[in-house]
Design a protein around this ligand. Structure first.
Ligand SMILES: [Zn+2]
Length: 264
């Protein structure tokens, strides 16, 4: 992609996220790219979404239960006031009251919405295990402290591919190439290398069309990334992107090796 300044090469950069909710400032830092010409930093929308979800996840996990956190987690869960009101058998005005401190919040409603957020962040879990979350009303505000650093999912391309494979949804390689804007042939070459290390394996279930399905050795994304790092996989290594019309030679990136040289 060519920057509006005309430059098409990019340089590595850092981006800091910062957001204050209910008295706690959440921060995170991520590796991104910037324009080598004008220095404009590109923050992918997927990364912004990951940060918002990480904030909502912390609030849903630890509270405090308050008008502000309720509004935040409801929006993160993607539920409209009217929709939630119907499920709970209350009026949308009641929910508006919870979200503006006019009415005491219904704690069961707060936990329902928190559970929806955590389903997305942590994957589905039994409601029982979630009820162990300590009860923290806003008044006691023993919440997160004034500043709280969040860990974002690793930004490297191989790390993103592994995280997708370990996630709750079964993606094909064609899905992954699509969503991460990667060249399918280059992605497959990487997947075969990861398979050779025993980190993933081709699914025996045949896939219709050109797509192939790959299964991770573990469904725990953090464990899969640790195993990959232990096997010497360079999680930040790029994977070639498909050439685009109108792009010059400058865009054609070499597929660098996924592996760090290991001394034998
Ligand atoms: Zn530029």
């Amino acid at each position: 992609m060519t920057c509006r300044c005309g430059e098409s090469s990019r340089a590595p950069a850092k981006h800091s996220f910062r957001r204050t909710v209910a008295g706690t400032t959440f921060t995170a830092t991520a590796d991104v790219e910037s324009c080598a010409g004008c220095g404009d930093v590109y923050v992918p929308s997927s990364l912004m979404l990951a940060f918002e979800r990480a904030v909502a996840g912390e609030l849903a996990r630890r509270g405090p239960i308050s008008d502000e956190t309720f509004r935040w987690i409801r929006k993160a869960a993607g539920v409209e006031r009217g929709e939630l009101a119907q499920v709970l058998g209350v009026t949308p005005e009641t929910i508006a009251g919870w979200e503006s401190e006019r009415r005491p919040i219904d704690h069961a409603a707060w936990r329902l919405v928190a559970g929806m957020v955590l389903d997305g962040v942590e994957g589905p879990r039994a409601v029982r295990t979630r009820l162990k979350v300590p009860h923290r009303p806003a008044s006691t505000n023993a919440a997160l402290g004034s500043e709280h650093a969040l860990e974002l999912p690793p930004g490297g391309m191989i790390a993103r591919v592994l995280s997708l494979l370990a996630g709750p949804i079964d993606f094909t390689d064609a899905d992954i190439a699509d969503s991460l804007e990667l060249d399918l042939a280059a992605l497959r070459a990487q997947l075969r290398e990861l398979a050779a290390l025993g980190l993933i394996h081709a699914s025996p279930v045949p896939q219709s069309g050109d797509a192939e399905r790959w299964s991770p050795s573990t469904r725990d994304p953090a464990a899969l990334l640790r195993a990959a790092a232990a096997a010497g996989v360079e999680l930040d290594a790029p994977i070639a992107r498909p050439p685009r019309k109108g792009d010059g030679v400058a865009h054609a990136r070499p597929t660098s090796s996924t592996w760090r040289a290991t001394s034998s």
